[in-house]
Write a protein that binds this ligand. Sequence first.
Ligand SMILES: NC(=O)c1ccc[n+]([C@@H]2O[C@H](COP(=O)([O-])OP(=O)(O)OC[C@H]3O[C@@H](n4cnc5c(N)ncnc54)[C@H](O)[C@@H]3O)[C@@H](O)[C@H]2O)c1
Length: 437
Amino acid sequence: MNIADALCQDLKNKTAKVAVLGLGYVGLPFAVVFAEAGFQVTGIDPDARKVNSLNRGESYVQDVPQERLARLVKSGFLKATTDYSVLKEMQAVSICVPTPLSKAGDPDLSFIVSAADSLAEYMHSGLVIVLESTTFPGTTRDLILPKLAKEQFEVGKDFFLAFSPERVDPGRTDWTTKNTPKVIGGITPACLEVSKTWYSQAIDTVVPVSSAEVAEMAKLLENTFRMINIGMVNELAMICDRLNVDVWDVIDAAATKPFGFMKFLPGPGLGGHCIPVDPLYLSWKMRSLNYTARFIDLASEINMTMPYFVVNKVQDAMNEIGLPLKDHHILILGAAYKPDVDDLRESKALDVIGLLRRKGAFVEYNDPYIPHIAHEDWALDSIKNLSEALQKADCVVIITNHSAYDYQEILQTSRLIVDTRNAIGEPGRGNPKVVRL
Ligand SMILES: NC(=O)c1ccc[n+]([C@@H]2O[C@H](COP(=O)([O-])OP(=O)(O)OC[C@H]3O[C@@H](n4cnc5c(N)ncnc54)[C@H](O)[C@@H]3O)[C@@H](O)[C@H]2O)c1
């Protein structure tokens, strides 16, 4: 039996040992899904706090319920380590490491490089490796493959390499790691076959595509599509503001069209690890090929101006009631980048708070999911007594519409509200103390 067939048999029998490199928002749910499918899964992460927490059966990712994790750890299907030498025994490895931007706004591939270096150190035949981290087309073939393919290890024969973009939407319960269709593209046809065999054991729908590059680019299409449409609707909010037309009414009206229109909503700018970051991987790659990805650059520019637009709204609204921003109390509601998650990455609440502080306002915030923020040059604790803070605030700014908020109370208690999410809905419409984007 050749190496591919033997590995496929172990994958089908679920006797193949699985490792997940990177136990964050993506890696932990992924490890849980494969452990629940019956694989022995080992998570590897340099962060000892995550490793220890997992080994105690304590979940630190909101999407992974405590009892589910504890059950898998107790039954021995899931464990974690900081020791990469366990890779020697593994037959299937998924790479779920971060792909952030550097300070200069360029792709930071250092985590992928270090994961690939660890794999190279413990390389052996009969191994399937799938990269999950979002990145530009060519990363799997041009960056990872040369580190792993050695004279004795031929890709597609001795080991198998593929890319499969993670599509998880944290906080979502209808579409999860298990039931969201999973696109996968191999470096060779055998790579696709083996990786598809592995993923099919635990994921409901696996979608094979013609190459790793197609899979890499598909993820960037998905996220660029969202980024550009959000940029477009954010610009529409600024256009409507100049025209004195209610943008939310416009969107509701357009959304009654049963075909050819998809609803996107304006807001304080893009947040989260993916949408504001991933398209910039593509535009960076294109710059290296002397091509300017104009839609991405334009949408990015518009989205980045939104915190300034929000702060102008706050300033104008306060001006209307005769108050300057300086020395007055502003309460920010919601700091996470989207409702009901504890993720602060790229949240535009940080920009809005920073800009208001620079203008001399006393800024406080409340977020049931984010107890403390330590930003570059300031740190704040989430206000605990919300009713008291609402009464004290000269202006309340709704940045994130967490479902825990009681908008009736917020509406009744506050003096002035800038609602960037249309969170208050109908009662806010036409209410003199509510200003919407
Ligand atoms: N969070 C999301 O909603 C989401 C959704 C889809 C795709 N993604 C993509 O998935 C990837 C991972 O994102 P995330 O949100 O899970 O990041 P994360 O920061 O939550 O987790 C990444 C983990 O990798 C670990 N790590 C760093 N270097 C490592 C190494 N060399 N070996 C092993 N572990 C290492 C870190 O300690 C961390 O625990 C990124 O490329 C991201 O763009 C994220």
